[in-house]
Ligand binder design. Structure first.
Ligand code: GDP
Ligand code: MG
Length: 310
């Protein structure tokens, strides 16, 4: 059986999403940058090599500030690849400090290491020593929905034992403006600034755009659930990940998303009413419900740990 080897979109419209608040957010971030001592860039660990906003590279980490790349949602990935990914990021992109985290787990090793690492990088940085400041600010940046606010909350709860302070949401784009500093450590005194997720205004690469969509960095309804499901199917087939076949009630793998969704909808008992050409109302499989469930399975790890960049 052969499957698609590359993924091409008919129109790129679906992966273009740069609402006004993103441009505004980026400006606010640049303004606050002067008073920031360290940048924590959060990204989704399921796409370790793609989808980061190049704008961050140029305008934000461009100044010689300490930078930590946090690959969050590690609970949804194949953890055996962590070491290799860290090495590749170091070798290929010169990123010195990479941590894997699961912001839903207070005991997570990466979370435990984050503040000590940030603090040691800050203490050794020029700016900090020059100004003689006794407090440090960390700005947390990244594309939408990668877990920036969740991380901030877990650090805050862990170190200061207070209730959550910054809003978390499973819809891309919950945090819309650059927030005030939030204290995350008393001694040493460290503040963190949450920011809205910011995407590249023009995602040129179809696959990169679809990977971002699949992990939830773009709103599903804008991209289209059936298109996201189709990309997921393409990716699983190409990588010989056939866990889905049984789940959707098929006998064997297929590269045809309609076949997958119709079979799945039937299995789920999902139907919708449809008026056929004779004007009769008939029940047909609800493929949208099936597409949503198919994507949800992937996102909750039902199809196993995943690295979309492999
Ligand atoms: N499985 C998993 N989900 C996470 C993790 N971190 C955040 N999330 C979820 O991802 C979604 C986006 O989180 P949020 O903190 O609002 O992301 P932000 O837009 O980057 O601030 C929420 O539904 C979180 O519950 C993680 O480490 N693992
Ligand atoms: Mg947020």
């Amino acid at each position: 059986m052969s499957f698609r080897e590359a993924y091409k979109l008919v129109t790129k419209q679906s992966i273009r999403w740069f609402p006004g608040h993103m441009g505004k957010g980026l400006k606010q971030m640049q303004q606050k940058l002067r008073s920031v001592d360290c940048i924590v860039e959060v990204h989704d660990a399921r796409i370790p090599f793609s989808g980061r906003n190049p704008e961050f590279q140029h305008t934000i980490s461009g100044g010689a500030k300490p930078h930590i790349l946090v690959l969050n949602k590690k609970d949804l990935t194949d953890i055996r690849e962590q070491r290799k990914i860290v090495k590749e990021l170091q070798d290929r992109e010169g990123i010195q400090h990479v941590l894997f985290t699961n912001s839903k787990n207070q005991q997570c090793n990466g979370i435990k290491r984050m503040l000590p690492l940030a603090h040691s990088l800050i203490s050794n940085s020029d700016r900090y020593n020059r100004t003689g400041l006794k407090e440090a600010s960390i700005m947390i940046i990244g594309v939408p929905n990668v877990g920036k606010s969740s991380l901030l909350n877990v650090l805050r709860n862990k170190n200061l034992r207070k209730k959550s302070a910054t809003q978390v949401g499973n819809i891309a784009g919950v945090t819309r403006s650059v927030m005030e500093r939030i204290k995350i450590s008393e001694d040493p005194l460290i503040y963190m600034i949450d920011t809205p997720g910011i995407l590249e205004p023009r995602i040129a690469d179809d696959e990169m755009g679809m990977k971002l969509a699949l992990v939830g960095c773009l709103p599903d309804h804008l991209v289209g659930e059936e298109l996201i499901a189709d990309y997921l199917l393409y990716w699983m087939n190409k990588n010989r990940r056939f866990e889905y076949v049984k789940e959707v009630g098929l006998e064997s793998a297929t590269d045809n998303i309609a076949e997958v969704l119709v079979s799945y909808a039937k299995g789920l008992g999902a139907e919708r009413k449809y008026k056929n050409l004779d004007g009769q109302i008939v029940n047909i499989p609800d493929v949208l419900v099936a597409a949503r469930k198919f994507i949800k399975n992937f996102r909750s790890g039902v199809f196993g740990g995943i690295n979309l960049d492999r």
